[in-house]
Design a protein. Structure first.
Length: 127
């Protein structure tokens, strides 16, 4: 039983004391991703749709580095500063995932790092 710490330059670098993801056997535990441009390390936009897209791009990059993909996500935790944006998250997820969808929790939160409107973490399998 070994664990592997995942890092890719295609996703934002950690802005604290954590890894982008940790793989243990065939499960990948992803740290939360916010909508940062991985090169500039700044928010890509103030628009919630743009932010949701970027979060999934960032998650996808970390999953790819671990040998997995968005299609292999088992569980998502979605953190939103405004729960009125929850329907937009559903719209994006409907385009990304096939049914049956991954398990998910949605949490309303007062503030996120760098002023982001959304953060998502995930657990995925490596097939």
């Amino acid at each position: 039983m070994t664990k592997e710490y995942i890092h890719t330059d295609k996703a934002p670098a950690a802005i604290g004391a954590y890894s982008q993801a940790v793989k243990f056997e065939n499960i990948v535990y992803l740290s939360g991703q916010i909508p940062l441009d991985p090169i500039k390390m700044t928010l890509i936009s103030e628009n919630i749709d743009d932010q949701i897209k970027q979060v999934f791009i960032n998650l996808s990059s970390v999953l790819e580095a671990s040998g997995s993909s968005l299609k292999n996500i088992l569980k998502l935790n979605v953190y939103l500063t405004n729960l009125e944006n929850f329907s937009k998250v559903n719209e994006h997820m409907d385009k990304i995932f096939d049914k049956p969808y991954p398990a998910r929790a949605a949490i309303g939160i007062n503030e996120l790092p760098k002023g982001a409107l959304i953060e998502i973490d995930a657990i995925a399998v490596v097939k």
